[in-house]
Every structure is written in structure tokens, then in C-alpha cells.
Design a protein around this ligand. Structure first.
Ligand SMILES: *Cc1c(COP(=O)(O)O)cnc(C)c1O
Length: 481
């Protein structure tokens, strides 16, 4: 399997070559040259597989430069019921991503695919846990070490730390805005005592932390000397790991070949739903892919009108589904590449317009018509919608859903088709967003037992001014390089 850049740079790479990298040299994102195809017979044969072995089957079509036995050992180590142990009572933990039917609505089952039962209670664990094991494997094989640098406002940073803790050859330096995360999220990250995890609480806001990461990454000499890498959502291995649960969700929602399923995806950087698009391109019988946004509706605007218009940070809202608060969607370029019939030159032109003019307009073009062929529709949800949906799902079905999943359920209800199961991806558990749950329901969300009293655990972090030079000095001190 060879990989190409969305912007046409012609220097095909293997999976292992792009695993530890970020952008392609021309600034594009990596995609396989062809999507591997899965037949209806193969799909039926996969019904009996465990999640780990299903992941092996899907991933082995994308990473053919890792020996099969090694890859199978990695997926079996990653997807275990011990790691994904935070499912609701009554859900089948052995499924790793259990499917729960809320009820019949609009002549079809409305269902939740539980992607948030891992160590940080958000779907990012699904891909990040695999990434941790893949990185450790690849670094060991190449005799290299990696120092991961990132900035987080919560979800990504904790998922990265829980995936990389205790891993050979890997250190994590994670910047977060001092005293700006919830007590729960702070405790999740700062209570880690692993010596390879470094929490830096930056005196400033999230953008200050992110600016420091950019400044450090732009110092190429420092970056090379310190083997600095990232784990952001454009990483191809993260996207491909997410393809697996669309297969699992389809297998759980159907009982025979060719049956169609729709998926509704609470979206931010478009990584999750991009994986759904790839599953569909591989032949999975998906009817609709419903993109749900919050007040930051860049993507909903595009799918309704064909106009992609990125926002400034001043135009970006801080909402009660904060992991979907984006000004532009970093994985969207992969999808646009397919819309354009994989024309890298055309794509490079459009994304040059994003940099110079703040966006592009595909309305009225044959390319835009292709979004219907690809099954895409969209909708947006607001704080009031979120509260109303959390209350309604709790009252009707006795299930508490988190704020991001509530955006998904709200928008999914606008696209129900009789006889086609609607599967909403549950991207976080409500325990992570207790303030909004309390606002909606007047009581605390249930918390998985492992998280009782987490706020009282000793915390390990360093407070630092928003100064790239001091962060660099800190990194150098701790790597000894
Ligand atoms: C990251 C995240 C999202 C958005 O996912 P994308 O892949 O960026 O579209 C949605 N919900 C939760 C809880 C998240 O952590």
C-alpha cells in the first residue's frame, strides 16, 4: 500500500514511513493511492471476529509493511475489555464499542455506538491507544526515540498521555492552559505519575499554549535535535484506526449482507467522519453520513451551501461541547481531495485560497454534487438544543448522554429514514462534562467507578509562563539532548 499527498507531491511513502510524520513535504495530508475494497462475503465472515481481530483485518489492508503476526499482536494488546472497561451497566464490554438501542424513532432504531469506554472516557482513546502501541513498535524497530509535544484544552492531551504512559522510547510534553480545564480533566492528566509524562500548565489561554507548540516546531534545528513529534488529528494512523469502528457498528446494527446503516458523527476536525467516508469507499453499505456541528458550524455551512469559510479565533465560540469548537477542520482536506476526483493540483489551488482568502466556494459545481453520492448531509446544534436533547433522551430512555453526543442525537433526528438504523457515535461519556449535565438534569452524571475521587489524587505538573524559550529549556533539561 502506497500513500500519496493530497497536494500532489509525487513521492509515494509506505505506512511505516508516514506513521511518525505529520504533513507531507508539500503541506498536504497523506492518503492511500487506492482504497482497499471489502466484499459482502468478507463482511459476513467478519461477524464472528473480536474487535481486536476485526481491527487487524481492516488495518492489515492499509499497513502491509508490518508483519501480520506483529500487527495482530498489536491490535490484541490494544483492544481489550480491560482497557475499554467503562461501558454502562448492561452494555456488552466484550464488543469494545457496544451498540445500545435507545428506541424506535421515525420507523427505525435510534442507536448509540459506545466509543468512549476507554481510559479517558472519550472516543479519541480508540485511535490513540493503538497509536501508542504502533509508535512504540516502530521506534523500537528503528532504534529511535520520540518526544511528543502538544497543546490541549482537555480531550486530546489526556488521550495522548494515557496512550503513551510507560511506553519505551517515548516522552510526552503536554501544554495546557493553567487553571482553564475542568477539575475532572485536570485531575485525569495531572494525576499521572509516569516518569515519561510531563504536564506543563501554561499561564495563558489555549491559544498561547498552541502558539508555543508552533514556535518550537518552527525551530527546525531544535525540533530535529530533540526528535520532536506530534499526535494531532491529521495523523493517518489515527484516521485509519477509526475506520474500524464503522465496520464494527455496521456489523452490530445489521444481521445480513447489503443492509444499509446511517451514522451521525459529532464533528470538529473532521477526523472521525472522514474515517466513516473511508469505510464507505471501502464498500461498507453506509446510507447517510450525518455531520453534526455545534455553534461552530463551518462544516454544516459547507455541506449545505458548498462554501467553505474558515473562522478567525474571534469568530469561534466557546461552547458546552468544547471538543467541537473549531475555526477550521484540519482533516477536511482529505475529503475534498476525493470530492475533486483526487486531483492534487486543483486541491492545492483551493487550499491556497483558504490561506489567502479565508476559504473557497464549490457551490453549483459537479464536484459539490458528489457530496450526495458520498451520502453526506449535515446539521447544527446549539446550547439550548443540547440541554433539550440531554433531558429528552434521559426522560424517554433513561440514558444520560454527554454534550457532544447530544449534538449528534439532535441532528440525527433530522435525517431518520424508515428501516435504516441510525447509529449516533457516542464521542464522550457524560462524567466529563458534569456542569452541563447538571444544568440540563439538575443532578450529577454517573461516573465510572474507576474515577471516584480522582480530583483528590496527588498531581504532578509544572506551571510555566507563556514563553517558548522556557518551554524549550525545560524539554532540553528533561531529555538531556
Ligand atoms: C475530538 C472530539 C470530537 C470531534 O472529533 P473530530 O474527529 O475532530 O471531528 C467530538 N466529540 C468529542 C467528545 C471529542 O473529543
Amino acid at each position: 500500500m502506497q500513500y500519496q499527498s493530497t497536494r500532489g507531491h509525487d513521492m509515494p511513502q509506505s505506512f511505516s514511513e508516514i506513521l511518525l510524520g505529520g504533513l507531507a513535504p508539500d503541506g498536504g495530508l497523506y492518503l492511500p493511492k487506492q482504497y482497499p475494497q471489502v466484499t459482502a462475503d468478507e463482511l459476513e465472515a467478519w461477524r464472528k471476529l473480536s474487535y481486536a481481530d476485526l481491527a487487524f483485518e481492516v488495518l492489515s489492508r492499509f499497513c502491509d509493511d508490518i508483519p501480520a503476526d506483529d500487527l495482530r499482536a498489536l491490535t490484541r494488546k490494544t483492544y481489550t475489555a480491560e482497557v475499554y472497561c467503562n461501558a454502562r451497566p448492561g452494555d456488552n464490554t466484550a464488543d469494545i464499542t457496544p451498540l445500545r438501542t435507545l428506541g424506535e424513532e421515525g420507523g427505525t432504531p435510534l442507536q448509540l455506538l459506545g466509543l468512549s469506554n476507554g481510559p479517558t472516557l472519550a472516543f479519541k482513546d480508540m485511535a490513540m491507544q493503538l497509536l501508542g502501541n504502533l509508535f512504540e513498535y516502530a521506534l523500537r524497530r528503528a532504534g529511535l526515540k520520540l518526544n511528543i509535544l502538544g497543546a490541549t484544552s482537555g480531550d486530546t492531551g489526556s488521550a495522548a498521555e494515557y496512550a503513551m504512559r510507560g511506553k519505551d522510547g517515548i516522552r510526552v510534553f503536554m501544554l495546557s492552559p493553567h487553571r482553564k480545564m475542568s477539575a475532572f480533566q485536570t485531575a485525569q492528566m495531572f494525576s499521572l505519575q509516569d516518569p515519561n509524562i510531563f504536564n506543563l500548565a501554561i499561564e495563558g489561554v489555549f491559544d498561547d499554549a498552541q502558539d508555543i507548540v508552533k514556535a518550537v516546531s518552527n525551530d527546525h534545528a531544535f525540533k530535529a535535535r530533540q526528535s520532536i513529534g506530534t499526535v494531532n488529528s491529521i495523523n493517518w494512523a489515527r484516521v485509519v484506526a477509526q475506520v474500524v469502528y464503522y465496520f464494527k457498528g455496521w456489523l452490530l446494527a445489521t444481521d445480513g449482507p447489503g443492509q444499509k446503516v446511517s451514522f451521525c458523527v459529532p464533528s470538529g476536525n473532521f477526523g472521525n467522519v472522514c474515517a466513516g467516508h473511508i469505510a464507505r469507499m471501502m464498500g461498507l453499505p453506509i446510507d447517510k453520513l450525518v455531520v453534526a456541528t455545534n455553534e461552530n458550524d463551518v462544516l454544516d455551512e459547507f455541506f449545505r451551501t458548498g462554501t467553505y469559510r474558515v473562522r478567525t479565533s474571534a469568530q469561534t465560540y466557546h461552547t458546552s461541547s468544547p471538543s467541537m469548537d473549531i475555526s477550521k477542520a484540519s482533516n477536511f482536506e482529505r475529503f475534498v481531495f476525493d470530492l475533486l476526483g483526487q486531483d492534487g493540483d486543483k486541491l492545492a489551488d483551493l487550499f491556497r485560497d483558504v490561506d489567502t482568502k479565508g476559504g473557497f466556494d464549490l457551490s453549483g459545481t459537479p464536484e459539490f454534487d458528489r457530496i450526495r453520492q458520498f451520502g453526506f448531509v449535515s446539521g447544527r446544534s446549539t446550547h439550548e438544543d443540547r440541554l433539550a436533547t440531554i433531558r429528552d433522551v434521559h426522560a424517554r430512555y433513561g440514558v444520560t448522554i454527554d454534550t457532544h453526543t447530544a449534538d449528534g442525537v439532535k441532528v440525527a433526528r433530522e435525517y431518520l429514514t424508515p428501516g435504516v438504523p441510525m447509529v449516533v457515535l457516542e464521542t464522550a461519556l457524560p462524567a466529563k462534562f458534569a456542569d452541563t449535565i447538571r444544568e440540563a438534569l439538575g443532578h450529577e452524571p454517573e461516573r465510572p467507578a474507576a474515577f471516584d475521587g480522582i480530583e483528590a489524587l496527588p498531581q504532578r505538573f509544572e506551571v510555566m509562563p507563556a514563553d517558548a524559550a522556557q518551554v524549550k529549556a525545560y524539554i532540553a533539561r528533561h531529555t538531556g539532548l
